[in-house]
Design a binder for this molecule. Structure first.
Ligand code: ZN
Length: 274
């Protein structure tokens, strides 16, 4: 038994030694590589730590952000774009879920301070294009970027990955949390972390009883425990790994195109006559 354990650990270290590092992933890169690489674009995945119905883990948003940003960066890198994916920020705005155990809220003002610090670090190091790659609906970086942009020469932009693809061409059920889309993508990027779908709740979302809020032209943040019993909004029962792969491929392809174009772009010349 001990012999077998020793053999297994030796085999595991061989596997680790053989794993190539990805030069477009900062967490896997060493100083020598970083020092020699003229990065044009940094990508900052930003997720959340929160409950995702009964079948997806708390790190769902972070796992998806990391996987999709890495795949988009790989495709862009192979086309010559010097992009680097930064470590994911794992905490998002969860002010509507403070009463759900271990939903770990980071306030928008704290996010703004963190984002500003990272932007200024990159600015001093000559990396002048930064893309926030967001995976959590409660994170809203537009106002943060509007405030920060005039104070930095780093060109800031935002991608919400779950809005990049054509949702309606792949998924049938509505929803926006632990739903068919998110479950399918997790089946594709981290199948070992998805519980069997017969364990999932239906993700039934209770609606506002005030008309304007129900119709959506008046807005207020949702109080999650009153909206959903299982913490999901959207029925995940029709999720499949094939749907997740299709959507992830569409996201990676479009984001890679953006990164290639952005890497080559002159920030002083971002507009043209029609
Ligand atoms: Zn999520």
């Amino acid at each position: 038994m001990q012999e077998a354990a020793r053999w297994q650990s030796a085999a595991a270290s061989v596997i680790f030694r053989r794993m190539p590092t990805r030069p477009y992933i900062l967490a896997e890169s060493t100083w020598k590589t970083v020092d020699a690489t003229p990065y044009e674009v940094a990508v900052l995945p930003w997720g959340a730590t929160e409950a995702h119905n009964y079948h997806l883990p708390y790190a769902t948003d972070n796992i998806q952000c990391d996987a999709l940003a890495a795949e988009a960066a790989r495709r862009a890198w192979e086309r010559g774009a010097k992009v680097v994916v930064l470590p994911c920020v794992p905490f998002g705005v969860n002010t509507g879920q403070l009463d759900i155990k271990l939903c770990l809220n980071m306030n928008p003002s704290t996010q703004a301070a963190l984002f500003s610090d990272l932007t200024h670090a990159l600015e001093g190091q000559g990396i002048h294009k930064l893309v926030v790659f967001n995976g959590h609906g409660g994170n809203d970086f537009r106002q943060i970027i509007r405030e920060l942009q005039p104070r930095t020469r780093v060109f800031l932009s935002l991608i919400n990955w779950y809005k990049v693809g054509d949702r309606s061409s792949i998924f049938t059920a509505a929803g926006d949390h632990a739903d068919e889309l998110e479950t399918s993508v997790m089946m594709h990027v981290a199948p070992n972390l998805v519980r069997p779908l017969d364990e999932a709740g239906e993700g039934r979302e209770r609606r506002w009883n005030i008309g304007a809020l129900r119709e959506g032209w008046a807005w207020a943040p949702r109080r999650w425990t009153q909206v959903s019993a299982d913490t999901g909004t959207g029925n995940p029962s029709q999720a499949t790994v094939e749907k997740g792969a299709r959507y992830a491929d569409e996201v990676a392809s479009k984001v890679a195109d953006y990164l290639v174009e952005l890497a080559a772009a002159d920030p002083a010349r971002l507009y043209a006559d029609a």
